[in-house]
Design a protein around this ligand. Structure first.
Ligand code: GLN
Length: 214
């Protein structure tokens, strides 16, 4: 079977690092800069960065509705840090959700000034030992979540920092910044792998960038 094509939203943030991590687990990373590239992807990565910038750029490129539609249809998606903010259904402080779809409430930059960046070992039972080294950079804090829909794969203290909701895997930290590929492997093997390839799933619609309304 050919390598799954994973789009990496390339507006901003750790695009190259996610690309390397995806290639290391046998996927083919494809940079996504506009809605046209969205059809025929097997999965999607929303990297970190600054969500305010992502909001501006994604709005300008007409990506927000296209992404939201594909994610709602079940396109497997890995979101890290600002990507998690983009998918959150609620953002504390009155900001409108960007894409939405993940039943969590986030508080941006909520780990306090002195802890703006830190690393912490994270026990992830579903990945087994050793712990995942969590690199947090002005990370969002998940302050509330729908326990019926959101499975917490790892906590830092009381806070969920790696969560799964169906075809969405979201991390408050940056798994692309270490050499540990287990989070990307989980995404590619379990979430993307469970769906087969885009060709198999989307062929009848393959012509259509048109199906992505922007
Ligand atoms: N602090 C950023 C924001 O609120 C997210 C940080 C990150 O992605 N590293 O958008």
């Amino acid at each position: 079977m050919s390598a799954p094509r994973i789009g990496v939203l390339a507006l901003h943030g750790g695009v190259a690092e996610h690309g390397e991590a995806l290639a290391a687990v046998g996927a083919e990373p494809v940079e996504v800069r506009g809605a046209r590239a969205l059809p025929r992807l097997d999965g999607l990565v929303l990297p970190g960065g600054e969500s305010t910038t992502v909001r501006l750029l994604a709005g300008r490129e007409g990506l927000v509705s296209g992404l939201g539609e594909l994610i709602a249809e079940g396109l497997p998606t890995l979101a890290t840090c600002a990507g998690l903010i983009a998918l959150a259904d609620r953002i504390e402080g009155g900001e409108e959700p960007l894409v939405g779809g993940l039943a969590v409430t986030v508080s941006r930059n909520a780990y306090g000034r002195q802890l703006a960046s830190f690393e912490a070992p994270l026990a992830v039972p579903s990945l087994g030992p050793p712990p995942v080294e969590g690199v947090f950079i002005r990370a969002p804090r998940i302050v509330a979540w729908d326990e019926r829909r959101v499975e917490v794969l790892a906590f830092h203290g009381e806070d969920p920092v790696l969560v799964r909701q169906g075809d969405i895997l979201a991390a408050a930290f940056h798994p692309e910044l270490t050499d540990d590929r287990r989070v990307h492997r989980l995404f590619v093997d379990d979430l993307v792998g469970a769906r087969g390839t885009a060709a198999a799933i989307h062929d009848p619609l393959a012509e259509g960038a048109s199906r992505v309304r922007t």
